[in-house]
Design a protein. Structure first.
Length: 372
């Protein structure tokens, strides 16, 4: 059964996800702002959920059409084959949606009309006056971009950033998908030594270790589509076995994490244990001013506290100065830091070899890369 899919994502990560999807065997991969489209069968659906490191979720595209009026929205929605997915007892909430640069802009009105249109379609197909919605859940989302409506069914359930290893986090933790993206941008390899001297709850280090050892991020969690009646449970079992077989603990990867906060370090240790990578990461309580290399070569990736979190821009700038003093240009060393500060390079004391715009939640940031 071939299907069309869309992956919503953080702005700036589209190309990384496209590369991932191609490696996983997806077809017709194409990028748009904050989303990536592709096609494939049930195995690709399961594989994408289990293996994608940078994506927010995987959605089945039920259909697309142009709608500039509520009547066009109703008729376009009703014309789609909802009965292919939703059985007469299934639950089908309109989970959410957005509209940009379109004639239709009331989200609540669009949700109501889409729900009504699907109900009317299913009434005709199943010859029923109403639906109890007590069965499997098929969460429906919509997007309207320049009057083009895209209607989807969510297959992930909880966001894909929820790997299952992080039960708790310190203040303002970096999202797992963004942490994984920083590791990809740093071209982290299985033979590298990774450092995060401001590691907080350890997310960057854990994502780095999982990437280096080829541990699929979703291998230990469940997904909404596992309950879809149209997908054989064997598909999920086979894809989990495939992901398990690709794990390689023979790689020499190792990581070092430190933080001034002792509670954060204890939390990081527990998170690493839950992720199955605790033997590959050494943690210690340490102030950045006391940080030193523990290997001949290394890759440093960090998400330093900044003004929006510290509530003190001066403190953030002082931290950037200290980073510039500690992260010296040396053969075999590379440094990557994500920050919203446009003056990061000024206080760090050196112009970045490369910059890349990314969003940390709603905060526009830059990844400052030093590798020459």
């Amino acid at each position: 059964m071939n299907m069309n899919f869309v992956v919503p994502c953080l702005m700036g990560l589209e190309s990384l996800i496209a590369d991932e999807l191609k490696e996983l065997g997806a077809e017709d991969v194409r990028c748009e702002n904050a989303r990536v489209f592709f096609s494939g069968d049930e195995h690709i659906l399961a594989r994408a959920n289990i293996c994608l490191r940078h994506a927010e979720r995987v959605q089945i595209v039920v259909g697309t059409f142009i709608a500039k009026t509520f009547e066009e929205l109703f008729q376009g929605t009703k014309a789609l084959p909802w009965e292919d997915w939703i059985l007469k007892d299934d639950e089908f909430p309109i989970k959410g949606g957005y509209s940009r640069n379109s004639a239709l802009f009331s989200i609540s009105d669009c949700q109501s009309i889409i729900k009504k249109a699907i109900v009317e379609r299913l009434k005709e197909k199943y010859k029923l006056p109403w639906f109890n919605e007590t069965g499997n859940k098929y969460a429906i989302e919509f997007s309207i971009m320049k009057d083009e409506v895209t209607l989807t069914i969510d297959t992930s359930g909880a966001g894909l950033h929820k790997r299952g290893y992080r039960l708790k986090a310190n203040d303002a933790p970096i999202k797992e998908t963004l942490a994984a993206s920083l590791c990809t941008l740093a071209r982290l390899r299985p033979y590298h030594t990774l450092y995060d001297p401001m590691c907080g709850s350890g997310t960057i280090l854990i994502e780095g270790a999982m990437k280096a050892l080829n541990i699929a991020p979703g291998i230990s969690r469940t997904f909404a589509a596992e309950k879809f009646s149209q997908i054989d449970p064997k598909v999920w079992a086979e894809e989990r076995t495939r992901a398990q077989d690709l794990i390689n603990f023979d790689f020499e990867f190792h990581a070092y994490g430190s933080d001034i906060d002792a509670n954060a370090i204890e939390l990081a240790k527990e998170n690493a244990r839950r992720a199955g990578v605790e033997k590959r990461i050494d943690f210690e309580v340490l102030d950045l001013k006391d940080w030193v290399h523990k290997s001949e070569k290394g890759t440093v990736i960090c998400n330093p506290p900044y003004g929006e979190r510290l509530l003190d821009i001066n403190a953030a700038n002082d931290l950037y100065k200290l980073m510039g003093q500690k992260f010296q240009s040396e053969r075999g060393w590379a440094y990557y830091a994500i920050s919203p500060s446009e003056e990061f390079e000024k206080y760090f004391g050196k112009k970045a070899d490369k910059r890349r715009k990314l969003y940390n939640g709603m905060i526009k940031c830059q990844v400052y890369m030093y590798f020459k």
